[in-house]
Design a protein around this ligand. Structure first.
Ligand code: ZN
Length: 217
C-alpha cells in the first residue's frame, strides 16, 4: 500500500469514485476542492458531505477568477448550454484551463503536505471534446509539474480508459454504489443524485447507469 495521496475532488460521480478508489490504495488520503465560479454552490456542499462520509479532510480553494477570463456556460448563466458536441471545437460547457489550474494548484498543495501521488477523475473514453481530460495532456502536465517544482509527482487517472458503465461497476466493486448514486452531484443544473435528467452530464451518467444495471441482470 502506498503512503499518501491527494484527490482532486468535486463531489461528482467520477472524482467521488476516485476518492473511494484512493482510500483502498493509500494509507492516508486528502482532498482538494475548487470553486471556479460554477453556478451551483451545492456542488461544493455535496463534496463536503461526501468527504465527511469518506472520513477525509475537506480543503476548499477559490479560483473563481478564471470564470472572468474564459467564458463558458458552466460559469455564465447568460450563455445557453450546448446540449451536444458541436461539429468543430469544444462544447461551451468546457471551462478553459480548468484541469490545468486544478492539478497545478493541487500539486503545490500536495508538495506542502509532502504528497507525491495525485488522483484525478478525468476520462477520455466518454470524450466530450475536452482536451484537458486526455491522457496525453495529463502525462505532459505530470512532466511539467515535476520540472516546475523539482519533484516526482505521479498523477493517477483510474477512470481514464473506463466508460461511464464501467465507472459505475468500479463504484459497486468498491462497495460505494449507493453513496455514489445518491450523494454525488454531476448534473450541470445542480440537481444531486440522478440529476435533472436532461443536461449532457445527466445523459452521460444515466446512460452509463442503465447500461451497467442491465449488464447485471
Ligand atoms: Zn442534469
Amino acid at each position: 500500500m502506498h503512503d499518501k495521496a491527494l484527490v482532486v475532488f468535486s463531489g461528482g460521480q467520477d472524482s467521488s469514485t476516485c476518492l473511494f478508489w484512493a482510500l483502498k490504495k493509500f494509507k492516508e488520503v486528502h482532498t482538494i476542492t475548487f470553486t471556479y465560479g460554477q453556478k451551483h454552490v451545492n456542488e461544493t456542499e455535496a463534496a463536503r458531505k461526501i468527504a465527511e462520509i469518506a472520513g477525509t479532510d475537506f480543503h476548499l480553494v477559490d479560483i473563481s477568477g478564471i470564470a472572468a477570463i474564459g467564458r463558458n456556460s458552466l460559469t455564465d448563466s447568460s450563455i445557453e448550454m450546448d446540449q451536444e458536441k458541436p461539429e468543430t471545437g469544444c462544447p461551451n460547457t468546457f471551462v478553459p484551463g480548468r484541469n490545468l489550474f486544478f492539478l497545478s494548484i493541487a500539486a503545490v498543495y500536495a508538495r506542502e503536505l509532502r504528497i507525491h501521488d495525485l488522483v484525478t477523475g478525468v476520462s477520455q473514453t466518454d470524450f466530450s471534446g475536452y482536451p484537458d481530460c486526455r491522457d496525453a495532456f495529463i502525462r505532459s502536465l505530470n512532466v511539467t509539474l515535476d520540472l516546475a517544482m523539482e519533484e516526482q509527482f505521479v498523477i493517477h487517472t483510474p477512470l481514464m480508459w473506463l466508460d461511464k458503465a464501467r465507472t459505475w461497476a468500479l463504484a459497486d466493486r468498491l462497495g460505494v454504489f449507493d453513496i455514489i448514486r445518491n450523494e454525488t452531484l454531476t448534473c450541470y443544473n445542480g440537481v444531486s443524485g440522478d440529476g435533472c435528467g436532461h443536461c449532457p452530464a445527466c445523459h452521460l451518467r444515466n446512460e452509463g447507469l442503465e447500461k451497467y444495471l442491465s449488464s447485471k441482470e
